[in-house]
Design a protein around this ligand. Sequence first.
Ligand SMILES: [Zn+2]
Length: 301
Amino acid sequence: MSFQQINQHCYYYHSSVNIGYITNGNTGMLVDTGIDKSTSKKVLKELHTRDLPLTHLFITHAHTDHYGGAQYIQSNYSVYTLAPVLEEAIMKYPLLEPLYLLGGNDPFSEVQNKFLQGSPLQVDELITEGEFQAGELLLKAYLLPGHSYHQLALSYERVLFAADAYFGPEILSKHGIPFVTDVNKTLDSLRILLQLDVSGAVPGHGIYEEEFQNSVQANIDYHQNLLTWLTEYIREYPDGISLEQTIGEMCRFYQVPADRLAQFLLYRTACTAYVLALKSQGVISDKIEQYRWCFYPEPED
Ligand SMILES: [Zn+2]
């Protein structure tokens, strides 16, 4: 972990989950907080050492590794908290995350850990996208869904805090199958990132890069390779294959670490996102067959 300065106003605390920091005058804003109290304490110590102010929190999306430490900060500091619409609902009612991952069933203790269910937050202001003022900072938010429903990236002084809109390339291969809720939206968001006029970007996981477009392109290629693998896999089953079997085979092929329920639920959602992308692209079709959700290859053009 290390606290790194990008320019006069922008910093990031580099860790397994990056925490951004933007300051001007008496305003200081953290971009995400890390997963828990101990992560937040480390970044607060860095701010204190450098005599940097803390007045605002901006949470990019409602995944606990990004907002889990926020409640501790809210309880101990006077901060004004901003978050994206919709994501805010999950931060206010964190039970919603294990609930949606379970497919709607009531969560139980096994899936109510700090990785899937954060501590509830009070959000003071909802952000959709575009420019907004926070103290002395004039910021711009970019709507980049696909990894999370209303994820926002943030730019200031041409530095982009990209949240999980892309991952450092080494993170992609570590995860095997990246967490996405919608692959088409993920790809659209990645293409938006390629067009942004900024001087560098910090992903949620990875390192700050000026030439971050190469990493973004590596993400596009990675998702497309997964879609190609999945297309070829389903084409081996002209009589259809169930979603459950497809998920199992995809996890096996990419050797993902999913032997516990909490991890498996995340991979199940991600695999389903790839299957649904092929359905939306007309590459496969689906029907309920013998009470199973099954997928069928469409004839190739
Ligand atoms: Zn995330």
